[in-house]
Design a protein around this ligand. Sequence first.
Ligand code: PMP
Ligand code: GLN
Length: 393
Amino acid sequence: MKAGNSLLSGMGATVFAVFSALAAEHRAINLGQGFPDDRGPEDVLEVAARSLLEDSNQYAPMMGLPILRQALAEHGRRFYGLSFDPDREIMATSGATEALAACLLGLIEPGDEIVLIEPFYDSYLPIIQLAGGVARTVRLEPPSWSLTRENLARAFSSKTKAIVLNNPMNPAGKVFSRDELEMIAECVIAHDAYAVCDEVYEHIVFDGKPHIPLITLPGMRDRCLKVASAGKIFSLTGWKIGAVSGCERLLHPASRAHQYLTFSSAPNLQKAVAYGLNKDDAYFSELASTMQARRDRLRQGLQSIGFDVLPTEGAYFLIVDIRSTGFDDDVAFCRHITTKAGVAAIPVSAFYAEAPTKQLVRFCFCKQDSVLDEAVARLRAHFSPSPRSPCLE
Ligand code: PMP
Ligand code: GLN
């Protein structure tokens, strides 16, 4: 029999699916796949529930409900001084995953080069490859994950169509500085390229740092597609409502991909997200401060057991260097703690095209305090008296 698509047929399940399944099988606390265990804002849930019963449940407009596009435009104005035309420059999608796929499929011609900053979120590379693009990676090194002009420039060429910039960055927890963003903007402009800006964690930035969308830098308004996720803004990852904002010339091809990928997404959820985006500033600052407190709680807990924890400036994740535990393979370590200690985490090697190291593991901290405390207690009991002597029964 003929084989399916050669790229997809050869792929396994994503690292998130694998470790969530292993966590469920072993009743482990799941600090692997990034999803909050909050209910999400009650008023947003109520709008969705009411709309499900009272409004139309037929296809929403392909570009998204007007009320949602208006709210996204207003959100861009309120937080970043951006002015997007809701009728021509904003598109609602089925999560950021679909938004990213639509942007990349809309931009890439076979043979185009796409710059990825490594480590990178797992969906980017397969979509680039499916579109016939070629990824060129710029590798950032822990613990600072700094971007240098030299390394960035090396990844760009006359064939570069776009860079994918994930800021704040999963899994590294890095927030790009203005200097770094300026370097990226310079390279993009110098190569007549574009930027697909995955900013799903835009409201989860810590220690008073600002989130600076690349699209706000000089010369970038017509070169960036800015991707958002309501899943992250409202701790409702199951809803899969996302959005793309950007100039009409770039959004148009992305919308042509979107109309054949999903066409549209659940209208009641779109309406509730529109409502949520209009919440007062306190909602957004509390989201960041709550997540920051959780970051600090898990970091202190992991450090108190003796783990070597890297700094995190944004997003949901802490990275731990596992060498002090005697392990030298992140996948083996994650399998070990999921099955033997009852805590799941994600191997960071999954975020590389070819991992240079297998010594880093990602723990997700967007959980209730009691869950984080229990996870630390389980790890402490397992690695007691110190991480140097894991109980490898
Ligand atoms: N980009 C990054 C960096 C992510 O971490 C995620 C997943 N949480 C996504 C995109 C996908 O977002 P969504 O769930 O809205 O599809
Ligand atoms: N973004 C989530 C993470 O990094 C996973 C989303 C998914 O499972 N596809 O953990």
